[in-house]
Design a protein around this ligand. Structure first.
Ligand SMILES: Cc1cc2nc3c(=O)[nH]c(=O)nc-3n(C[C@H](O)[C@H](O)[C@H](O)COP(=O)(O)OP(=O)(O)OC[C@H]3O[C@@H](n4cnc5c(N)ncnc54)[C@H](O)[C@@H]3O)c2cc1C
Length: 623
């Protein structure tokens, strides 16, 4: 997948695929003068809530780094910078670093970029910088088809690519037409080429084109403004909330806390209400949980959603949590049925292998498994203590958290505002937007509004856990899953703990579990543990068979009929301002952050963090 780059004697990067230089000595000046200034930046974005830039060739990332640096330096910068960049042949991380070394001012930013520049399989990848205020959406694949499939509205376009003679397609009419679909009237475009064919095609696509003085030795550059003589036909729906307002999030679990943080980051005033006295009182109260990608040999939607979710989770956890205390992204070993590793065929090397690989002998041995055991190693995975994550999310500026606030009913008043009422009909809050993140309880709030029940299924589960004995022999340093999941060496208030989960009881939502049910669930977890990590059994036998220090934690998951999350508006025509993020299933830690970012992006008409197809598969509209 990677483009092969050669380095010329003068240090210039050269694309072997296209037989052309990336940029010469003047790379940085070109990025700044031709693209950033060429689009009227930074002045054009001054005071804006958000700014969205589309670039047609990511290359060595220089335009992105230069724009990010300009954003950082500008006291008038927009609250959020979206940079969407297309790239058919991502360069290697080494080449990216080598290029950045030529510009010491940009090197610290390049290093941050590199830390997230991995696993770039075909598709859309959301990279997250400066606490989520600079969002790079790196789209890997053919520019024309990507631009046809996605639906963005951008404020600036950097039209970049190799020489039109070397790579004519990127400058061709069809590509430019696809690009113009993402422009609003007034979108500014800049490029270094003044090829007649490009100027003509842009004009035909509705741009007012002008030549401007170029960077010597080039005489001219090109700038353009999208201002067609016709009314552009937009397939985009106007966003429900182009600007932030007041929002109520119902539910202080993973879905609610992540949604609150994503909205607050965008300037919303968010109040989070929960019936309970503490956050994470529902399913999200589990003492420790796993996040990991899902595998399918044909890399289905479920697998792709899980990877986007893991990436999003890694970014926000790294920003908020303390490694080794609140979470441990040290990887997860997944046991698989013999002969069914589940890895797509072309994943042994390249970007797929950054995610998951057949487990090697050392990892199998560390889990006490024979060298021929069937297992995968997920390098980008680990355990999290969800309550710690939720607490950090709720501390973010712009969020007010209110415990003991059970909402009995939602009503929309005549001025179009939503009120949350308690059992006695007293208003708890009045807002422009309500986000339901109430898990299995969601339908009880929707029914009085006349909304048909969502296809949600409660799934009760119990995890067995306990404090580790001093000699925790046989407990692997990393989590192991596949037929249950074992997480050990997880700090808790009393020391280090192990956790083995979990049971699945569909259509059961009764809590607490009876003593008999608890005992049966422990036994279920014990049988699975013995099969999953046999070497851990001697250490945990006194707990499971003798009841020594054995503890139970139970909760009710909320799953949709198709096992996908549900994110989006409930009934935009009839009930505007009522949105939902739920059905995290058994994977709230893998999904919640992604769902929150998707919800915020959809609400505000931003570039989505995933392909349109994946967003649709998670969308509330599919129901
Ligand atoms: C045993 C078990 C093991 C699990 N293991 C893992 C794992 O390893 N990895 C993983 O990713 N996931 C795991 N999960 C799943 C994960 O816990 C869920 O996906 C996730 O917690 C769901 O989060 P949520 O915010 O949607 O729901 P919840 O955490 O249930 O939050 C809903 C909140 O809404 C509040 N609420 C409800 N009604 C009202 C109302 N009317 N007014 C005000 N507040 C209200 C509730 O009090 C609750 O706090 C596990 C779940 C269980 C049960």
């Amino acid at each position: 997948m990677s483009d092969s780059v050669s380095w010329l004697p003068d240090g210039t990067p050269f694309s072997n695929r296209f037989g052309d230089r990336y940029h010469g000595e003047q790379g940085l000046t070109q990025a700044r003068e031709v693209f950033v200034h060429g689009c009227g930046l930074p002045q054009a974005w001054a005071g804006a809530q958000q700014w969205r830039i589309l670039e047609t060739g990511f290359g060595l990332g220089l335009n992105f780094l230069t724009t990010w640096a300009a954003w950082r330096a500008d006291p008038q910068r927009p609250r959020l910078l979206h940079f969407v960049s297309l790239e058919a042949w991502p360069v290697t991380a080494d080449d990216l670093l080598r290029s950045a070394r030529r510009y010491p001012d940009l090197l610290p930013l390049a290093q941050e970029l590199l830390a997230q520049y991995w696993g770039l399989l075909p598709g859309v990848h959301r990279l997250w910088f400066d606490d989520g205020r600079v969002l790079l959406t790196l789209c890997v694949g053919d520019a024309q088809s990507l631009m046809r499939q996605q639906l963005w509205e951008v404020d600036s376009v950097y039209l970049d690519g190799f020489n039109p003679q070397r790579n004519p397609e990127i400058w061709g009419m069809e590509t430019l037409k696809a690009m113009a679909r993402h422009c609003r009237r007034g979108t500014r475009l800049a490029t270094w080429t003044v090829a007649r064919s490009v100027m003509d095609a842009l004009t035909q696509c509705g741009f007012q084109v002008s030549k401007v003085p170029g960077l010597p030795p080039k005489r001219d550059n090109l700038q353009a403004v999208f201002d067609p003589n016709w009314q552009p036909r937009s397939r985009r729906q106007a966003p429900e909330f182009p600007r932030p307002a007041r929002c109520l999030v119902l539910g202080a679990g993973l879905a609610g806390a992540t949604a609150a943080a994503s909205l607050a980051r965008r300037g919303w005033q968010v109040t989070v209400l929960d019936a309970a006295a503490t956050p994470a009182a529902g399913a999200s109260g589990l003492p420790a949980g796993l996040f990991a990608p899902h595998l399918s040999p044909d890399d289905n939607l479920f697998a792709r959603v899980s990877r986007a979710g893991v990436r999003a989770m890694l970014q926000q956890s790294a920003a908020l949590l303390q490694a080794g205390v609140d979470w441990n992204p040290a990887g997860v070993l997944e046991r698989r049925p013999a002969g069914q590793l589940g890895l797509p065929a072309d994943w042994h090397d390249g970007p797929g292998s950054d995610w998951s690989l057949p487990a090697d002998g050392a990892r199998l041995a560390a889990a006490g498994l024979p060298a021929d055991a069937s297992a995968c190693w997920h390098a980008r995975a680990g355990w999290v203590r969800p309550a710690r994550f939720i607490a950090r999310l709720l501390e973010q500026p712009g969020i007010t958290w209110r415990p003991n606030s059970a909402v009995a009913r939602l009503v929309r008043n005549t001025s179009g505002l939503w009120q949350a009422l308690d059992r006695d009909g007293n208003p708890l809050a009045e807002v422009d937007l309500v986000v339901l993140a109430t898990g299995p309880a969601s339908n009880s709030l929707l029914a009085p509004l006349g909304v048909a029940p969502l296809p949600l299924q409660p799934v009760r589960g119990q995890m067995s856990w306990g404090l580790q004995p001093a000699a925790a022999q046989g407990l692997p340093a990393f989590a192991v899953n596949g037929g249950g999941a074992l997480m050990a060496h997880v700090p808790c208030e009393e020391g280090l703990a192990w956790h083995m989960g979990a049971t699945f009881e569909r259509d059961v939502d009764r809590l607490p579990m009876t003593a008999e049910e608890q005992a049966a669930a422990h036994d279920h977890n014990w049988q699975r543990l013995k099969a999953l990590v046999p070497q851990a059994a001697p250490t945990l036998r006194p707990a499971f068979e003798g009841g020594q220090g054995l503890r139970a934690w139970a909760g009710v998951r909320c799953t949709a009929h198709d096992r996908m999350p549900i994110v989006g508006p409930i009934a935009p025509a009839a009930l505007p301002g009522l949105w939902i993020s739920t059905a995290m299933g058994a994977r709230g830690l893998t999904r919640a952050v992604l769902c929150a970012e998707l919800l915020a992006a959809r609400l505000m008409g931003e570039p989505l963090p995933v392909e349109a197809k994946l967003a649709h598969a998670m969308g509330s509209e599919r129901l």
